[in-house]
Write a protein that binds this ligand. Sequence first.
Ligand SMILES: *[C@@H]1O[C@H](CO)[C@@H](O)[C@H](O)[C@H]1NC(C)=O
Length: 359
Amino acid sequence: MAPPPPLLLLLLAVAASSSACHGYQYDPSRGPLVTAVIVFGDSIVDPGNNNGLLTLIKANHPPYGKDFFNHEATGRYSNGLIPTDLIAQGLGVKQLLPGYLGVDLSPEDLLTGVSFASGATGFDPLTPVVVSVISLEQQLAYFDEYREKLVAIAGEEETEKIIGGALFVVCAGTDDVANTYFTTPFRSVEYDIPSYVELLVAGAESFLRNVSARGAAKIGFVGMPPVGCVPSQRTLGGGLRRECEPRRNEAAQLYNARIQEMIAGLNAEPGFPTLVVYLDIYRILDDLMERGEKYGFTETTRGCCGTGTIEVTGLCDSRFVSVCDDVSNHVFFDSYHPTERAYRIIVNDIFDNYIQVLT
Ligand SMILES: *[C@@H]1O[C@H](CO)[C@@H](O)[C@H](O)[C@H]1NC(C)=O
């Protein structure tokens, strides 16, 4: 065979180096990198656990899921896949991470992990109560039930191996700041931002200790995004020009700093059996919203659903509003949740930065 022409070699080299700087690529020949993916948190990682609840916080109606398989509105808060699916794929575990509630799960699905997350929950015990969704404490109770199912399928020894080899993900906190603190009066009359942040950090610490006590070896803890820049918060607090609302962003930054200190303290504690990894998403979301054109996004301040300024969950409903023609140009699908394309960029960034410590 003739040697390949030099131009082809050059192109291959360029392709290799550009994929290297976009870093992480799952190598199927290695097999799954963890035994299971087990998730607690809010709508960012909820595949449909709210569907059967008496709450307005649901995404099981069009246009949610418009780019999902069969255009199915599963309850995922996006036009397609959500981060939990992309994380499970990126680790070679499975294509979709199912919710724990409301679906019949095969033994295989149970063995490789589920999400207990519930849209609009948070670390503040009041947050899930205001909107009738599943508290983090209740998510742990579901985990305990789930564990019993694993034991019934695979036995105690194998269950310990699955849990010890799993990647746990905890993603919450944004609803506490955006909804409970800044939108309802319940907390802001009693707490200033620093004291409210301490309440959230204490809740997060208690939750991490409880997950650790259940045998988790590795927990990825997702930090807070610049919540003042998501479309609904621009509308509510950003004035006529819908600018990023600075107090929400300051709260997010303070929270992220305090959370990292708390996590460092846990990891340094003698005998604490779990490695907790803080996953920064502030920087990549800030980049997507401030320099969206770098990623091919032309609309960074409005969601694709309806006017994009306020519609979310019940208000983002095809019976009442239409959707944009060009979802791939949008960072946000509704006024709060990113599009699948933005989620892919965020999850790739997480893998680029943390894959070594997470697996
Ligand atoms: C952690 O577990 C303790 C003891 O069971 C419980 O009182 C507490 O509410 C739990 N905290 C969270 C955030 O789950």
